[in-house]
Write a protein that binds this ligand. Structure first.
Ligand code: ZN
Length: 200
């Protein structure tokens, strides 16, 4: 997800903090719409090893390079249930997670690193509870509110092949950059899908 308040200087500082003196490795690159990997229902992460942590590090660096606050594995061409998020200097990665206890839905205009220039008003719960696994396979459960809740739900959508353009009303708010590709009923089914067990 794009940062709603991008600040180049601050982002650069955070990248330095995250990567230290390591040069950015450029192994991964951003996948843009309409690449079909963005429509994948991703599979659970099964191995929590150093390779996974390297991927998450690279995803964080790539996210920061593009001034984003969240990035999901399919956005770098990987079909696994892995995301990274970072707001200001708080960064984390999460895998195989589900979101529960939705409350207080609110509209907010979102952008997406895979859909440059596209902005869509999306209604999402303001408060959620998240349960998943960190990069060492440890189970984590926490509450998220506001922008954190939003970015986690945006990235969860990516793991189910759902993009922000799917939230537009097809009749009144057609997005020229991003025509719908999935039947509405399937899109509705995929939205907020949070159980990695369900596969298609
Ligand atoms: Zn996105």
């Amino acid at each position: 997800m794009n940062s709603p308040t991008s600040s180049g200087e601050k982002q650069a500082h955070v990248v330095e903090q995250v990567l230290g003196n390591q040069p950015f490795r450029h192994k991964l690159s951003l996948v843009l719409y309409p690449d079909q990997v963005l429509r994948t229902v991703c599979r659970p992460v099964e191995t929590f090893d150093s390779a996974l942590r390297d991927i998450a590090d690279e995803m964080l660096a790539l996210m920061r390079q593009h001034r984003g606050i969240g990035l999901a594995a399919p956005q770098v061409g990987l079909r696994h249930r892995l995301i990274v998020c970072g707001i200001e200097d708080l960064l984390f990665a999460l895998s195989n997670f589900e979101v529960k206890d939705f409350s207080e839905p609110r509209d907010f205009v979102e952008g997406c690193l895979s859909l440059p220039g596209v902005q869509v008003k999306v209604r999402r719960p303001e408060r959620i509870r998240v349960t998943g696994y960190d990069l060492h396979g440890q189970r984590r459960s926490f509450g998220a509110v506001g922008l954190w809740a939003r970015v986690i739900q945006h990235e969860l959508d990516h793991l189910n092949g759902v993009l922000i353009c799917d939230y537009q009303h097809p009749e009144t708010e057609k997005c020229a950059h991003c025509p719908l590709e999935l039947p509405t009923v399937l899109v509705e089914e995929l939205k907020h899908e949070s159980r990695p067990k369900r596969r298609r």
